[in-house]
Design a protein around this ligand. Structure first.
Ligand code: PLP
Length: 366
């Protein structure tokens, strides 16, 4: 139940990756073996474009979501960056590293970006600004009003980037109607291999390469393509489109969990319950019980979930996402993220509920 961390790889993907690895060929070579590898890469590119409704040639393969966010935020050629307070750490770190003036776009108590604040920041920030707002949040599942973000940003001639890593395969995505200039995708969140991703650009969006060299990927990202990984990403993208029909099933399981939590306790907090969310994600705080303690309890019960706080260099820090939404540290500190996916069953959810209740009852006198 930690699909937002990484989704189980699809059987069809494993088969495709393994089969592709049997072939020798550099996609830049002109001989038959090279041309065969090139065809594999280009077929995958079409599948990624189909997943997000972009032009095929505007899909650039790279090593994953972290690289894509860095490439766009540091390479768009903007004069300033306006980035939402709830972005993934890699987006926030890329903004810092860009050396540009960085403006933080606040969110409301439900985790949705403040469009009035966006307008004020656009009035203040050196032009052209790059506005970076994720499509769906990894911790809460909150879906941002990207088309509205783009339309406000365009009034100021700003460029718009969306990190769609947690939206792909969970929501229908149309690059064009979102009005964005750049989009980030990651293969392993949709059942593809880890270490592969894509930067999607608009037909005229500027992008100075983060990785320079032999000029692969139309010069946007040099380095010999990860052919087998890309082939697997393509298959995952195709199947992720089919997953969209399963969203109601996931929402049903998510609601069953949240209803059980509400019935069993008066003090549990369902984060962003009233916002538009991806169907698979639930972020719940059990006040008084640290997120890490909960994660360990679930782990002992054979259930993988994440805590809202992220652990880096041995230091546990409170979730910047929940802090930005105005939750005090004791709530943010006591939250876990449950993220369901295509292989999750009703029985898994009942097991989760039983484990949640047993921990809650055990710590009720806290
Ligand atoms: N963006 C979001 C919203 C994510 O959830 C993640 C992964 O957790 C990333 C970016 C980073 O992607 P990757 O693991 O492919 O580098």
């Amino acid at each position: 139940m930690d699909y937002n961390a990484t989704a189980p790889i699809r059987e069809s993907v494993i088969e495709t990756v393994a089969a592709t690895m049997h072939d020798v060929g550099n996609p830049s070579s002109v001989h038959e073996a090279g041309r065969k590898a090139r065809r594999v890469v280009e077929e995958a590119r079409s599948k990624i474009a189909a997943l997000v409704g972009s032009r095929v040639r505007d899909v650039t393969f790279c090593s994953g979501g972290t690289e894509a966010n860095n490439a766009v935020i540091r390479g768009a050629g903007a004069a300033s960056v306006i980035i939402s307070a709830v972005e993934h750490d890699c987006g926030l770190a890329a903004a810092e590293l860009s050396g540009l003036p960085v403006y933080t776009l606040p969110v409301d108590g439900t985790g949705v970006v403040d469009l009035a604040a966006l307008k004020s920041l656009l009035e203040e920030a050196p032009e052209p600004a790059l506005v970076s707002v994720m499509l769906a949040n990894n911790e809460t599942g909150v879906v941002q009003p990207l088309a509205q973000v783009s339309s406000v940003a365009k009034e100021f001639g700003a460029l718009v980037h969306t990190d769609a890593v947690q939206a792909a395969g969970k929501l229908p995505i149309d690059f064009v109607s979102l009005g964005v200039d750049y989009m980030t995708l990651s293969s392993h969140k949709i059942g593809g291999p880890q270490g592969v991703g894509a930067i999607v650009t608009g037909p005229t969006s500027p992008l100075k390469p983060l990785v320079a060299g032999g000029g692969q990927e139309l010069g946007r990202r040099s380095g010999t393509e990860n052919v087998a990984g890309i082939a697997g990403f393509g298959v995952a993208a195709l199947e992720a489109l089919e997953d969209l029909v399963g969203a109601d099933r996931l929402a049903g399981m998510r609601d069953r969990f949240e209803d059980a939590v509400k019935q069993s306790s008066n003090d549990a907090v369902i984060i962003s319950a009233d916002a538009q969310r991806t169907a698979n994600t639930s972020c719940v705080a059990m006040p008084g019980v640290k997120g890490e303690t909960q994660v360990m309890h679930f782990d002992l019960n054979g259930i993988c979930v994440s805590s809202g706080s992220a652990c880096s260099s041995g230091k546990v820090k409170v979730s910047h996402v929940l802090s930005a939404m105005g939750y005090p540290a004791d709530v943010a500190d006591a939250s876990i993220r449950v993220s369901l996916g295509r292989l999750t069953t009703d029985a898994d959810v009942e097991k989760l509920i039983a484990a949640w209740r047993s921990l809650y009852e055990r710590t009720a006198k806290r």
